[in-house]
Structure formats: C-alpha cells, structure tokens
Design a protein around this ligand. Sequence first.
Ligand code: PEP
Ligand code: MN
Length: 337
Amino acid sequence: MIVVMAPEASEEQIQEVQSRLTHMGLDVHRSAGRERTVLGVSLDPGEADRDHIRRLPGVRDVVRTAVPFPLASRDFRPETTLVRARDAVIGGTRLALLAGPCAVESEAQTTRLAELVAAAGAGFLRGGAFKPRTSPYSFQGLGEEGLRILRRAADRCALAVVTEVMDTSHLALVERYADMLQVGSRNMHNYALLREVGKSRKPVLLKRGMAATIEEWLLAAEYVLAQGNHQVALCERGVRTFETYTRNTLDLSSVPVVQSLSHLPVIVDPSHATGRRDLVAAMARAAVAAGADGLMIEVHPQPEAALSDGMQSLYPAQFESLVRDCRAVARAVGRDL
Ligand code: PEP
Ligand code: MN
C-alpha cells in the first residue's frame, strides 16, 4: 500500500502519518520525490485502517498498488531512482558503463583493463573475485586477493568497483573493497543474501535469475528495498530458453517492461546474454536503443587465455568500437554515454 501526501503537506503531518502506520505494526519507507512525498508499506493493513489513514491531514490518497512490489513500483517513486557509487551514477540521462574482466586473474590484467575501460568512459570496473562457476573444478576466483587487486586498479583510474558477493558469509569482506555489490543470476532467489545486502549501505546490482520472470526479479529487488536499502539497480542478462546457438536468450523487452513497472534503473549485460563475442556489440546497441540505463560488458586483454568466459569477452579494440557505436545510438535516443 502507498500513501501519497499532498504537495503542501507539512513535515509534522508526514511524521504523524508515519507514526500511525508504525503503530499499525507496518514498516514504513519514505520516498521524497520532486513533487510530493510518498510513504510505502509492504503489507496492506486492511480497509478500516486504510480509511483511517486517508482521513489524516495532509494525505492526498491511499493506493493499493496493482503490483506485489510496492517499494519497487513506479507508484512509490515516479522518477527513476539514481543509483550512485562514488562518482558513477546509474539511471541518469548519461548511460552507465560497467566493464572489465569476467574474473580478476592478476594485477597486470586488471590494471590494464581498468585503464582501458576508464579511457573509454566507463564509471565502473567490474570483475569477479568470487566466481559462481557451474563446475566445481573451474577457476573459482582469487578471493580477497582479487578484491585487493580490483580496488587498487579502480583507484588508480577513479573507477567504482562492482563485484559479486556470493554468500552472506563473504558480505563484510566484499563490502570492505567494493563500491557496489553484485548479486548474480544464480543467487537472485537467495533470500537470505538479498536480506543481508538490503541491510548494507552499499548500492546493489541485482541480476535477473536465468529462469526468473520479471515479477520474480522485481520481488527479489523488493526484498532488498524492504530492508531499507533503496539503492538498487537491475541487470538483464538473458534467460534460459530452448535456443542453443546463444548461451542465453536476451530478453530486451524486459527493459521497457521494468521501466513501466518500476523506478529502479535497469542495465543490460549482452556478454552473459549471448555468450558469444561476435554478438555482444550488436546486442549492446540494441539494448541502448531499447532504453537501457547502462551496459555491463566483459573485456579481456587476451580472451583466448581467459580463466573464465573467454568466448564472450571482447578484445580491447572491439570494446572501444562498441562504446563508440553505442554512444551514437545513445544520442539518437536522447541519452549520452
Ligand atoms: C557475472 O556477471 O560475473 C556473472 C557471473 O553473471 P551472471 O550472474 O549473470 O551469470
Ligand atoms: Mn562472466
């Protein structure tokens, strides 16, 4: 349920409504928009209490959201949320660019890539230190050493670090080095992890589960928001279908669907969506044309020698030309990159 305050409502009136809702046993989340304040509660208190709230001074309307994720809904916040990590922003007119290796492999590899992606205009250095690999025998990441390398490389180039946290037991460690916490596709349904990142002060990048509906994805975001962390960006990375020529099927229609339902910004990862280097640039351009708020791209100095996801990692020159082409598309749709 959502309580829309009148634009002229005073701070005392807003606080009075908040305290009545709290007395009803509800968790209250406040969204101060440009035009009006909205209070969101995750549970519906029932007809009588709704009427009571509706009659309080300063209340414009009480709305039962049509979607099961009130805090993630556009009703709660009409403007797209700006998700910030250091100087980087996701959700503004300028598209966010998150790029780097699939996995952090060495200081030299990561430093070289940080310089490359920063020069191309990226705000974020991505890279896995803890890797969710399908096989237990595949490279699992460098762990804390990987986090240290990422931090040093990002700091030299004034980039924000986005890296995956796979487990609640690693959260404190990852938080120490990362500017943004990535929850991977395999963990989108890990509700214990979603709750813990919801208590964090760091922004969260929530990837779509590979078999998740858009509603399940937004409900996963709601878990994070309900814990008080409102800095959440979504990442479409393709879903599993019967198709075998691509690693996943990139569901680009999720971008406008999410944007109509939710105020959370949504970026696209064409690397994991296609699994194929030769398809990444075309799908990146398509994502920008579809209105995505940013791109996540895997790039490697020597993809054929990569310890993970070499097949989908771009060569540096390919990455540079992808960014140039996406910038032109961005301008054509009223954005920038
Ligand atoms: C990643 O971005 O490092 C990753 C493992 O992707 P996904 O969770 O989408 O498979
Ligand atoms: Mn990868």
